[in-house]
Structure formats: C-alpha cells, structure tokens
Ligand binder design. Structure first.
Ligand code: ADP
Ligand code: MG
Length: 626
C-alpha cells in the first residue's frame, strides 16, 4: 500500500504567518506581480541546493541534470503554475519551511510592527515576503513536492487558502522538485496570460541563472521556450547591465523588497581570478543585531552556487552587505571547514573589504551619507575594533554628534573635528554617556564649552570601546573629558595655572574634611577648573574603565569590581564656597553627600540610596526656610 492513500491532515499556521499574510495582502496590492519573482527565486534557490548536494551524491540528480523552471498558466481555470526540478521538500521540510517562518529574529520583527499599514509595508520588505506572496494573487495555493532522493510515493501535497490553516497529505510524485499551482483571485486573473507572465519574468527574473520556460506562443505552438537570458549576471560586462537588472538581482539574493543603496561590481584577473558583486541595502536587515545573523554573501565556484552566507568572505562588521563572490580558484566540492584555512579565500576577503570600504567612501562624498550612517553606522564602528588593518580608513567614515552642533544626529567626521581644533589644542576630546541627552548636558563639558573647544558626544553602546581602540586620529590622541585630571595641554595659559594653585591652597581644609566624610564612596576629592555652572562632578582615573563602560559590563552580567570615582568640586560655585564655612558638622555631612549624589546623577548613574538623597535634600530646604 502506498502512503499516498492517507487522509489529508489539517494543521494551523504559526500565528505570525496569518498576521504576515494579512499585512502583505494589504501592502502589496499595487505590486501584485512580485509573487512570480518570489516563486522563481525560490525555485532557483532549490536548484542551487540540488546542485550543491549532488556534488557529493550525484544519484540525487536521478538522471535529470538539466535544471529548469517552468511557468504555466490556464486562462480558463485561472491558474498559474510554477514548476522546478530542484531539491524539493520532504514532509517535515514542508511543515518547517512553509508552515512556519524559520528566520531568526521573527519575534522581534513582529514586535516592531506598528499596526499602521503604510509603515509596516516598508518593514515587510525588509523582512522579505517570500513564498507567502502567492496569496497576494491566489485564494488557494496547492504545492506538490518531492525531495530529491526520496521515492515517488513520498511526495507531499500542501494546500491552503491562506486563512490560518493548511492541509498536508502524502501523494505520488514521479518528478523530483516542486510544483506550485496558484488559483488566482478574481481581481488577479490577468496573470493567467502568456504575454503578461513573459513581461514579468523579463522585468524581475532575467538574471536567474537557469532557464525559465513559458509555453510557446502562436497558433501551432507546442512545447516551451526559454524567456530569460539565463546567464550569470555578474559574469556579464558591467556596461551591458542596467540598473534595473542589478536591482532585481539584488532582490533575488538578498530576499529584500527594496532596491539597494549602492553596489560595487568588479572582476579580478591574474593569479587569482574572481568576480565580486556587493550591495548595501537601503535599510538595515531586521536581524542585523542578532549575533549570528546571516553574513549575506553567496559563494560560487565557476558560476556554480556553493553556499549561502559564506562567513569567511566578510568580517562581522560588514554583515549588512549582500552579494556574491564567484571564483575559478576553488574546487567545486569545497566545504566550510576548508574555507576557513584557504589562502585564496583570505585574499579575496581582504580585497573585498577594500572594495566595500571604497563603496562606502563613495557614499560618504554624497549628501545622503546620513542615511547610510543611520542604518549601518553602529555596525561599521565595530570595524575600528575588529579590523586593525583598515582602522584608519574606517575612522574617516565615522560620524559623531558633537558640541559643535549639539544635534543627536551623528554628522561630524573626525576630519571636520580636527579642522576646527583650536590653535594649541592637541587632543580630540570626547564624553561618553548612556544616551545623547546625558552626554550633551554632562558637567564635564562646562570648561570646554566656555573655551569653545569641541567635544564628541558619544552615547552608543559600543562607543567607549571604539574610543579606546581608535586611540588617535590624524596624530591627535582621543581623550575622555571625564578621565584623569583635566588636561587642556597648551590651551591652558600659565596665568590659569597659577590661579588654580592658589585656590587649591585656600580650599585645602575643605577638601580634607570632605575626603574623610566620603571615604567609602570616593577615592579622592579635589578642586577642579573644569566646571563653571555645576558644583561637582565625578571622574575616573586615566587608565580605569569609565563609569559608562562599567555599567555596560555589569548589565552584560560581567563581574566588575566597581572602582571608586574621584569627586571634583568647583571652587567658584556658591554651594562649595558656603560649604567651606559651614560649622555644623551634620549639615556639612549632608551637603557633601548631596554633592556626591548629584554628580553621580548628572552622569546618568544610579543612586545607591535615592530615598536618603531626597531626605537630605528636603532637610536642606527646610533649614533654608528656618
Ligand atoms: P526564503 O526564500 O527567504 O527562505 P520563502 O518564504 O521564499 O523564504 O521560502 C521559505 C522556504 O521554503 C525556503 O527557504 C525553502 O526552504 C522552502 N521552499 C520554498 N520554495 C521552494 C521550492 N520551490 N523548492 C524547495 N524548497 C522551497
Ligand atoms: Mg524566497
């Protein structure tokens, strides 16, 4: 008895899919024809997978090595059928791939939906529409498939109206691969038309490397004809490839819905021969922050697809890049393990990084670099830390918020900063905080604002690492304004220094009293000239981890020994002056503690005893009203 006789089983979609389908049908009604691009793209992927698997097991080809995609239609029955002889799917694969979205980050993606169709439509492009786009034009989809290597009776039929459930049953399927029948909705019946389908294939799928066939046209026509050019796009001459073709190819390999922001296509000849075609997406891939997110570059050997997201080809900080590398210098049966220790791959990798940095440099010369930076800047920053060889090149591509503009948008390059440096200034100053507003209003900036010295306002998680790895730019050291004693180098004149020393002597008694009181909380108390409006601030030692970094490491579960900060007080501030003459020891203690707590608060720190702070503050107010 063949299992083909079993009853169809009804199963439910993963909840997200129903949501996805709804959203898609609403957002893509004016762009219905992309369903064909998606299904042809999947068929092409299936052929690639078969080719790859057949390298080690050629029985999978079952004597039929001519891989192709056939598109059929029936005007009367209002159906369109897409057939491939690729890898096919087993029953479990159908359930896993067609009934669920296996992508990492799916849950986060759905959380990011706003419910506003217009906005979500853009997000959906970012997520990739894929197989479910069939339901934009079809009210019933029947997918019949058999995985290469399985027996004819191990075929599977999947059917759904896209309303939350599907049926699945065993069927006989003699030919390997997948057939998808779309039962068109009334308002989409126009697609059951040879002319229309041909046009769509031309527009969206010409670059597919295997033949896409349509029934021949004309009275006596029988059989099928190839309607795409079926050559690898990247192997063609650059000047013969239109922007549209490049863009459609991008959508195919990236599963993206929007055209890319930029591309770079290059052929290298000589000892090592390879072609690369890299793209920057318009928008950050939704899973860019997943640590194991796809690396997005496909590897081909002599036009034959070898593997997806070949992570050996690009470093993690370029994980948003999509594209292909095709080389003649690797064996077809190369494995991931071999790739890891392959000299050709290493060379291709370092050359590819240079190409990509060149492409980004091209964007940086244009007005809309801000768009790139908003989407990918935070990832690119990792390059300064990870890629010592290209550190300087990447540094020029960085953009920051600074006190020059005081805007949250990061637009200032280090070159801009250096060009505005004061005559005697020899360092690039920065402040790090948990967010932009805290950075912008940090008390540490006061003296810099007074003297008109620009300071970088850093508040991305990675920024403190970035600054410590960058070390210097254009020969100027990066210096945190909240570490070590204030050192303005040559900017400070000798008159200032003399004055400061006099003040130090004058307030030596106050400093000693405070130090004794706050012993448990601070390493030292000292007079500072970095403040003008605030009474006090906290600084850490030059070589120590900054307070911001400490908080990050703790949040990441690291067991960090908290280092005590140094409390610096502003001798010009009335509170500090008043404190110096305070005779009541209790009041003195309260004031001192309040100064410390305030300083901690203003750099975004958390008070150990917030209620105590409020209490002391209220006591102060009361003593003033007495
Ligand atoms: P994506 O192509 O981005 O993975 P899709 O929704 O287009 O997402 O497809 C989901 C999965 O279904 C594919 O990854 C693949 O595993 C499977 N699939 C879809 N179409 C085919 C096909 N024609 N042959 C074999 N597997 C397929
Ligand atoms: Mg797909």
């Amino acid at each position: 008895m063949s299992s083909a006789a079993t009853q169809p089983e009804t199963l439910g979609f993963q909840t997200e899919i129903t949501q996805l389908l709804d959203l898609m049908i609403h957002s893509l009604y004016s762009n219905k024809e992309i369903f064909l691009r998606e299904l042809i793209s999947n068929a092409s992927d299936a052929a690639d997978k078969l080719r790859f698997e057949s390298i080690t097991d050629d029985s999978l080809l079952e004597g039929d090595a001519e891989l192709k995609i056939t598109v059929d239609f029936d005007e009367k029955k209002k159906t369109v059928t897409i057939r491939d002889n690729g890898i096919g799917m087993s029953r479990q694969e159908v359930i896993d791939h067609i009934g669920t979205i296996a992508k990492s980050g799916t849950a986060d993606f759905f959380k990011s939906l706003t419910g506003d169709n217009q906005k979500d439509a853009q997000l959906i492009g970012q997520f990739g529409v894929g197989f479910y786009s069939s339901f934009i034009v079809a009210d019933k989809v029947t997918l019949t498939t058999r995985r290469a290597g399985l027996k004819a009776e191990e075929g599977v039929r999947w059917e759904s109206d896209g309303k939350g459930e599907y049926t699945i049953e065993a069927v006989e399927k003699a030919e390997r691969g997948t057939e998808i029948v779309l039962h068109l909705r009334k308002e989409a019946k126009e697609f059951a038309n040879g002319y229309r389908l041909r046009n769509i294939i031309h527009t969206y799928s010409d670059h597919i490397t295997l033949p896409v066939l349509l029934p021949q046209e004309g009275e006596e026509a029988e059989g099928y004809e190839t309607v795409n050019s079926a050559t690898a796009l990247w192997a063609r001459d650059k000047k013969d490839i239109s922007d549209e073709e490049y863009n459609e190819f991008y959508k195919h390999i990236s599963h993206d819905f929007e055209p890319p922001m930029a591309r770079v296509h290059s052929k290298v000849e000589g000892k090592l021969e390879y072609t690369s075609l890299f793209y920057i997406p318009q928008r950050a891939p939704f899973d860019m922050w997943e640590r194991d997110s796809r690396r997005g570059v496909k590897l081909y050997v002599k036009r034959v697809f070898i593997m997806d997201d070949a992570e050996q080809l690009l470093p993690p900080y370029l994980r948003f890049i999509r594209g292909i590398v095709d080389t003649n210098d690797l064996p077809l049966n190369i494995s991931r393990e071999i790739l890891q220790h392959n000299q050709s791959i290493d060379k291709i990798k370092s050359a590819s990084i240079k190409k990509i940095l060149g492409m980004i440099e091209g964007l940086a010369k244009k007005d809309n670099y801000a768009e790139f930076w908003t989407q990918f800047g935070r990832v690119l920053k990792e390059g300064v830390i990870d890629d010592a060889a290209n550190k300087e090149r990447i540094a020029k591509l960085l953009r920051f918020s600074t006190t020059h503009e005081n805007l949250e948008e990061q637009t200032v390059s280090l070159q801009d900063y250096v060009s505005r440096m004061q005559e005697k200034q020899d360092k690039i100053y920065y402040v790090v905080a948990d967010n932009f507003n805290t950075a912008k209003s940090s008390p540490h900036l006061e003296v810099f604002r007074d003297k008109g010295i620009e300071v970088l306002l850093l508040s991305d998680q990675i920024d403190e690492w970035l600054a410590s790895h960058l070390e210097e730019f254009d020969g100027k050291r990066l210096q945190s304004v909240s570490k070590g004693a204030l050192d303005l180098g040559e900017i400070e004149d000798s008159e200032d220094k003399e004055k400061a020393e006099a003040v130090n002597e004058e307030l030596a008694g106050l400093v000693t009293r405070m130090k004794e009181l706050l012993e448990d909380l601070v390493k030292d108390v000292r007079i500072t000239s970095r403040l003008s409006t605030s009474p006090a601030c906290l600084v850490s030692e030059e070589h120590e981890m900054g307070a911001h970094m400490e908080r990050l490491m703790k949040a990441a579960g690291q067991d960090i020994r908290t280092s005590k900060p140094i409390l610096e007080i502003n001798p010009k501030h009335p509170i500090v002056q008043r404190l110096d003459s305070e005779q009541d020891e209790d009041l003195f203690a309260d004031w001192s503690r309040i100064l410390f707590d305030q300083a901690l608060l203003s750099e975004g720190g958390k008070l150990e005893d917030p209620a105590g702070f409020v209490h002391r503050l209220n006591e102060m107010f009361l003593s003033m009203t007495k």
